[in-house]
Design a protein around this ligand. Structure first.
Ligand SMILES: O=C(O)CCC(=O)C(=O)O
Ligand SMILES: [Fe+2]
Length: 265
């Protein structure tokens, strides 16, 4: 649901003179949107008997299990930044081979200008690189591919940033795939100058390190239909010459893939 937004602000016009920023439609409904939402709801009803990824109370257990599992892996190091809401980061989440293979899939042909993102669909989604990442996440979280959005590559040149936002849209709860329950955000290179992923309301920030993943909850464990706005986050401006490259991987409450693309946004 990435949209190009013209009226972006830049916190520091000096730093951001040439910067562009990315943004998502936050879905603050006006009347027109509501009519559209209703029409889409009729067309795109969630299949009856659909099984949610998390029931109330289960998200905590998913994170606990994931942390236990990852802690036992050689080379991998887990840091729990917060348990309420869950925010962890995992060093060597991706092996060096996996990072190289993903970078190869990401390529260099990002759409220029504002929205430097690229969804990995088609051949990219079928590639071994992507299948390996999916398998890893499927195993750790205990879900299958249907619940996964296609990986989205993102990159930031000097001065670029991504303003504070939340990863799941308030309207998603009424869409067939439901909320983006969790985000798995993977850094494909190390950035020394700026580029941190910051959670201002939690006073936390994570540095981009090649192979590191940040994993956080976007909904409340007590009620997965409810967004947890405490995990609003931003990408701080890259201040050096190295282009930051990373990948978003979003996990939904319900099947995403069979509703994509007609009913997913
Ligand atoms: O680049 C980052 O550090 C975060 C990116 C992000 O939050 C997003 O693409 O939704
Ligand atoms: Fe985000």
């Amino acid at each position: 649901a990435a949209v190009d937004v013209d009226a972006q602000t830049c916190a520091d016009p000096e730093t951001c003179a040439d910067a562009e920023t990315r943004a998502y439609d936050e879905g603050e409904d006006d009347d027109e949107d509501e009519d559209e939402d209703t029409a889409q709801r009729d067309r795109c009803a969630r299949e009856e008997g659909s099984i949610p990824l998390v029931e109330a109370g289960e998200l905590d257990a998913i994170f606990e299990d994931m942390v236990d599992e990852l802690s036992e892996e050689d080379e991998v190091e887990v840091t729990v930044l917060s348990k309420d809401p869950w925010v962890i980061y995992v060093d060597n989440f991706l092996s060096s081979e996996m990072v190289d293979a993903l970078l190869e899939e990401a390529g260099d042909d990002f759409a220029p200008s504002k929205d430097e993102t690229k969804f990995c669909t088609g051949d990219c989604a079928e590639s071994k690189a992507v299948q390996d990442v999916q398998d890893r996440v499927a195993y750790l979280v205990g879900l299958d591919e249907e619940y996964m959005e296609f990986i989205q590559f993102v990159r930031y040149k000097k001065g670029q940033y991504y303003k504070k936002h939340h990863d799941t849209n308030s309207a998603y709860v009424n869409m067939p795939m439901g909320h983006r329950v969790m985000t798995v955000f993977m850094y494909l290179n190390t950035i020394e100058d700026g580029g941190e992923t910051s959670f201002p309301d939690l006073n936390l920030s994570v540095k981009p390190v090649r192979g590191r993943a940040v994993i956080w909850a976007n909904v409340k464990s007590s009620n997965p239909d409810d967004r947890d706005l405490r995990t609003m986050h931003e990408a701080l401006p890259v201040t050096g010459d190295v282009v930051k490259v990373a990948a978003n991987f979003w996990l939904y409450q319900y099947d995403y893939r069979s509703y994509w693309p007609e009913c997913t946004g």
